[in-house]
Write a protein that binds this ligand. Structure first.
Ligand code: NAP
Length: 453
């Protein structure tokens, strides 16, 4: 532990030794020393280094993509696109950080008053395996541009990706200690958060991990950002372009082998078009080509681990046992690796507990809505509130959904996607704080008020 296990074959590819508690303390010491210089480095110089990271990512794209596919099973084309997106977020913050961080004059009764944004110091990032590069870069690019330094505790199943990220910063010329990866277990996180030299923590992952890290951050009075799970609604009203909605629904559910926080997971379809939608979606699901994620033709690859497969299987069985109809799929695929059939579930009883859970795999729950109010009620019925998509060509309906849906974002006539230019985050049990855009860089800074009489 940590191990690289190929989800397509269930074979262990490589094992790594964990970093010890002493290694972690040393890394914190190095990071603290690096912070003193890094905070004084002009923003333009930080930006030049971040642009170099983007160049390294471009140059190493194919190799890094293969690593991700081997460790966590995402389709190779999606892995390449992920590395490219990381280069984009580096360019975005290299181009915009100076403007985002500029002093802001605020009128007051003093002769001069303004706000200055200053770095906090070491930020610990606890990250998940599902977008093993993107989750890290969307934290690191703004945090480092703001003058902070980063320590990464990546998910235990992606140690090679974790090391490749650290290497990309070093190869670009970042000073030692500004960004480092620690190969540690979740049981070693508490000691790091407790360390006085660590000033903030961000976690992307499950609700359970979020609760634990947020509690520790609270205990030690450290600011935290939580990007947690979701069970995003995808609402389709009668005026929608149904063909486009179905096509996007399939893509929105199956993105990243159906293991994305912002994947559409609950399809809420108006009664007038419900039967047509279910039939078209089931046809598409059954036609998906399941296979090796290294194969360019594969449309759906494996889940990340045996544990994930077993967990999803249990959730599907619980829905069926509660009386839901399994329209297609419903079981693991009989082949090596951690594959699950594309599964469509309808007629889910109100009291089926699993309907309120996140299904992290190729399973879509479809709900029938009698009206727009019913659609909003269903959209808001889970404890999550990450993203949401609504399909309608009626402007009044769009306005109503935008106001009424409890989520960190509403995407209209398209699927939910993250974009460096737009803030990203959730409400309710999907977490708090925002990443990306301007909000993402002012999340981990000291908003210092300066007032001169
Ligand atoms: P996870 O099990 O919560 O793991 C995420 C990270 O947290 C890993 O580094 C993990 O380390 C660590 N961790 C787990 N329990 C911890 C604890 N008690 N204390 C400290 N650290 C802990 O989540 P996952 O299975 O990797 O990722 C899937 C989840 O992440 C889904 O719910 C998904 O929706 C969510 N997610 C959210 C977003 C978003 O932006 N909102 C994005 C992607 C994924 P180990 O691997 O060593 O256990």
């Amino acid at each position: 532990m940590p191990d690289s296990v190929n989800p397509a074959t269930a074979r262990t590819e490589k094992s790594f030794a964990r970093h010890s508690a002493e290694d972690a303390r040393n890394a914190i010491g190095n990071a603290r020393a690096a912070f003193e210089e890094w905070r004084a480095t002009p923003v333009a110089d930080r930006a030049a280094l971040l642009r170099r990271v983007a160049e390294v990512l471009d140059a190493r794209r194919d190799e890094m993509a293969r690593l991700a596919t081997t460790e966590m099973g995402k389709r190779i084309a999606e892995a390449r696109a992920e590395v490219e997106k990381c280069a984009w977020v580096c360019h975005y913050y290299a181009d915009n950080a100076e403007t985002f961080l500029a002093d802001e004059t605020r009128e007051s009764s003093a002769a001069k008053s303004f706000v200055r944004y200053q770095p906090l110091g070491i930020v610990l990032a606890v990250m998940p395996w599902n977008f093993p590069y993107w989750q890290v870069f969307r934290f690191a690019a703004p945090a480092l541009m703001a003058g902070n330094v980063g320590l990464l505790k990546h998910a235990s199943n992606v140690p090679q990706c974790a090391m490749a990220i650290e290497e990309s910063f070093l190869e670009a010329g970042f000073p030692q200690g500004v960004f480092a990866s620690l190969l540690i277990g979740s049981d070693q996180v508490e000691a790091i958060i407790a360390d006085d030299r660590v000033r903030a923590v961000t976690l992307t992952g499950s609700e359970a991990a979020g609760r634990s890290v947020a509690a520790l951050a609270g205990k030690h009075i450290k600011p935290s950002v939580l990007e947690l799970g979701g069970s995003d609604p995808f609402v389709v009203m009668p005026s929608a372009d149904l063909d486009a909605a179905v096509e996007t629904a399939v893509a929105a559910r199956m993105i990243n082998n159906a293991q994305s926080c912002i994947a559409a997971k609950r399809f809420i379809v108006h009664s007038d078009i419900h039967a047509r939608f279910v039939e078209a979606m089931a046809d598409r699901f059954q036609a998906l080509k399941i296979g090796d994620p290294m194969d360019e033709d594969t449309e759906l690859g494996p889940l990340s681990s045996r544990q994930a497969l077993e967990g999803l299987d249990a959730q599907v069985r619980a829905l069926a046992d509660a009386g839901a109809s399994v329209i297609c799929g419903g079981a693991p695929v009989d082949r090596p690796g951690h594959y699950f059939e594309p599964t469509l579930i309808a007629d889910i009883p109100d009291n089926a507990g699993t309907r309120f859970e996140e299904l992290f795999g190729p399973v879509a729950m479809v709900f029938e809505a009698a009206s727009i109010d019913d659609a909003v009620r269903l959209a808001n019925e889970t404890p999550f509130g990450l993203g949401s998509a609504v399909w309608t060509r009626d402007q009044d309906e769009i306005d109503h959904f935008v106001n009424a849906i409890e989520a960190g974002s509403v995407f209209v006539n398209q699927k939910v996607a993250s974009d460096p230019r737009l803030p990203f985050g959730g409400v309710k049990n999907s977490g708090y704080g925002r990443e990306l855009s301007r909000e993402g860089i002012v999340g981990f800074v000291n908003v210092k008020t300066v007032s001169i009489a």
